[in-house]
Every structure is written in structure tokens, then in C-alpha cells.
Design a protein around this ligand. Structure first.
Ligand code: NI
Length: 388
């Protein structure tokens, strides 16, 4: 049977898995039931799964023949969101939801494992299925821990993916080279003698200092960095104050920095520090500045991308490729790509208008799973034409 027909044949099984996983969302590093469920399915397929870093699961399909060893990774964690979709298979765990589609990601990789097992005789090398906990958990997501545990051992190429809601089903987005931004976090604590708001001259106005800092951080992107460098510095949280007539003794700002250029990523904390400390000093405030490196920028291998584009063009259709620009969002799949060549692919899963990832209403068109399995099975079947 052809790979395409096989992907159609196993589709109802894959839908069942997706729905089961959707109903049992669990947060980062607590994917206990999820992990057990994935483990059981892989065993049923005839593989020998193993747990890695707690809730992570890996399984190898050994063809016994020489060839490139390929890994495919799915993320497992859900989000602390109360689901509002009213789907029959909605979350049964209060306060948590698979609002980023990781349920679909796991179902795709389980379906892929089943399909590839059926055509094992036609494959070469080793295929490793990686189920990774805690993608949504910067600063250190599950990928770093899995790499430390050796999941990339003997692997030549790694493939990752995300279902996204703004592209039609059947379409694929593949970005050659830098595809997603590096993500860092910062925390600024401004402190000083607070006091009565009617007598600011007797206080250190931490609110004013915080405002000046927020405003000046924006000058970094617009005035101190080349307009040809994509950088975002955003303050997402600001906390301080007790009442309308009190100048608080502490204001805390939290935010994120997104970059593509690794050198710039290293320089930005220094620039921020200078600005923050000089403003605080001018107003007599104390300041504490913490900068936390999270995920590096995600760099796809152009060679692997060109190969995958050819796969999409040939097997999913001439118009299946969509033109996608690099994204300022981040993903810890970048950690694997720092060690091994590979690519991160976007599959269209559009279901209605205005559905976004991380929304309590998020859902995707399940047909995307059939396309994704077909695509990856074809890619892995043909991968040995690549000279890596
Ligand atoms: Ni996600």
C-alpha cells in the first residue's frame, strides 16, 4: 500500500488518540497520564519505548539497515487555561487545556510511528520518536534536559513541527535558516524610600523611575540597534503600589527580549543595564536587574528545508507550500538544532476565523494530522538522498 493510502487508513486511529490526549491535558513536567498513554500506544505498535527525564518518552524504530538516523519530536505539555470549546472531548482536568495543539502533535508522531512500522522494510537507518515534556516552560524547557539525557545520541537529522491556526489545512510553511527568535526574560526591581504622594520631594519616586525605564528601553530598539536587525524588547508586567496617595517603596517590571542575531543577544543585557542603572541613579533609587537566557533562536538547516520543500511540492501538491516569514515567537526545538541539523515545519490547521494558539477556544482541523503524517513518512522514506 502507498504511504498516502496508509496515512488515510490510520487517520481514524490518530483522531481517537488526539481526542483522548485532548481530554487529559497536563502542565509542564507533570505529564504523567499523558506519558503513560503515549508509552502504551508505542508498545502496542511493537516498539520498545523508554521514559526519559521523568515524563518524556522515546522509542526507536530500527530498520537494521545503514542510513541516516532521523528523530521526530512532539511536545507534550498543556497550558493553565480553562477550556471553553464545548468539544465532546474537552478537557476533563479543570484549569488545564491543550490550547497549543500539543495533543495533535503527539497524535501525529504516534500515527507516524505506526505508519513507518508498517513500511519498515522500505526504510533505512534508525527512526527515533521523541515525546518531550515542558515545551512551554522557559527559561529551561524540556528540550535542554532531554539533550542532556542523550536523546540526540546517534541522530543525524531532527524534525519538529507545529500546527498553526492561520494557514489552511494541507498547506505547509518551511522557513530556511533563522525561523524563530531567541527568547530571554528580564526582571527589574526598583526600590527606594516611598512616602506620601503629596510630598514627592521627600521620597524616591519608584513609579516615576519605572516609567522612565520602560520608556527608555524602547529607545534601544529604535535608536541603538540597526533597523535591519529584528529585535523586540517588551515589558509585559509592572507591579507596584498600595493606594492612590502612596508612593510605593518597590516597583517590579518583567519583560522579554526577542532576537535573531546571537551577538546582539549577548550585547543587549549590557545596554539595558547601563540605561536602567543610570536612570535609577539620577533619581536616587536602588535597582536590581536580572537577565535570564531562555531559548536560543531557531535555525533551520537550509539543506534539510530544501529537501522538505521538495517533499511538500511533490507529495502534498504544487500549491501546498506557503510563504512564511520568520516569527518573533520562540520554541525550545532550537536547543536540538544547536546540536543536530534539522528543520521545524508549520502545518496549517485552520478551523474557522480568529482562533489563536493559547486561546480557551482553540481547536484545529484534525485533517492536518493526516497531511503531517503523510509528509513526514515521505520525508523519512526519502531522506537518504540527503548528503549530511
Ligand atoms: Ni506550542
Amino acid at each position: 500500500m502507498e504511504i498516502k493510502e496508509l496515512s488515510e487508513q490510520i487517520f481514524p486511529y490518530v483522531v481517537g488518540i488526539r481526542r483522548a490526549l485532548h481530554s487529559m491535558p497536563e502542565p509542564a513536567y507533570k505529564e504523567f497520564k499523558t506519558s503513560k498513554y503515549v508509552f502504551e500506544r508505542l508498545k502496542e505498535i511493537g516498539l520498545k519505548p523508554a521514559n526519559v527525564y521523568g515524563t518524556g518518552v522515546i522509542a526507536d524504530l530500527e530498520t537494521g539497515k545503514k542510513g541516516l538516523n532521523v528523530a521526530v519530536r512532539a511536545d507534550m505539555d498543556a497550558l493553565p487555561i480553562e477550556e471553553k470549546t464545548k468539544l465532546d472531548f474537552s478537557s476533563e482536568i479543570g484549569g488545564y487545556m491543550h490550547a497549543c495543539g500539543h495533543d495533535g502533535h503527539m497524535a501525529i508522531v504516534i500515527g507516524l510511528a505506526l505508519l513507518l512500522t508498517k513500511i519498515k522494510d522500505k526504510l533505512n537507518g534508525k527512526i527515533r520518536f521523541i515525546f518531550q515534556p515542558a515545551e512551554e516552560k522557559p527559561p529551561k524547557g524540556g528540550a535542554s534536559f532531554l539533550v542532556e539525557e542523550g536523546v540526540l545520541k546517534d541522530i543525524d537529522i531532527i524534525l519538529g513541527f507545529h500546527i498553526i491556526p492561520d494557514i489552511d489545512v494541507g498547506k505547509v510553511g518551511i522557513i530556511e535558516g533563522p525561523a524563530m527568535a531567541g527568547c530571554d526574560e528580564f526582571i527589574i526591581k526598583i526600590s527606594g524610600a516611598g512616602g506620601h504622594a503629596s510630598a514627592p520631594e521627600k521620597t524616591v519616586d519608584t513609579i516615576l523611575v519605572a516609567s522612565k525605564i520602560v520608556s527608555s528601553l524602547n529607545d534601544i530598539v529604535s535608536r541603538m540597534i540597526s533597523p535591519f536587525e529584528p529585535v523586540v524588547i517588551s515589558c509585559g508586567e509592572i507591579k507596584g503600589g498600595y493606594a492612590f496617595n502612596i508612593i510605593p517603596d518597590l516597583v517590579e517590571i518583567k519583560g522579554t527580549v526577542r532576537t535573531f542575531n546571537d551577538d546582539l543577544r549577548k550585547k543587549i543585557p549590557e545596554i539595558m543595564k547601563k540605561i536602567i542603572y543610570s536612570i535609577a541613579e539620577s533619581y536616587g533609587a536602588n535597582v536590581d536587574f536580572e537577565y535570564i537566557n531562555c531559548y536560543p533562536s531557531l535555525k533551520n538547516s537550509p539543506t534539510v528545508c530544501q529537501f522538505l520543500k521538495e517533499i511538500a511540492h511533490t507529495y502534498l501538491g504544487k500549491n501546498s507550500l506557503v510563504d512564511m516569514k520568520p516569527l518573533m515567537g520562540s520554541e525550545d526545538f532550537s536547543v536540538y538544532l544547536e546540536k543536530v541539523k534539522g528543520a521545524y515545519v508549520f502545518f496549517g490547521g485552520k478551523k474557522g476565523e480568529n482562533l489563536s494558539l493559547h486561546s480557551p477556544y482553540y481547536d484545529f482541523d484534525e485533517l492536518v494530522m493526516r497531511y503531517a503524517i503523510h509528509f513526514f513518512a515521505r520525508a523519512i522514506h526519502n531522506i537518504n538522498i540527503l548528503a549530511i
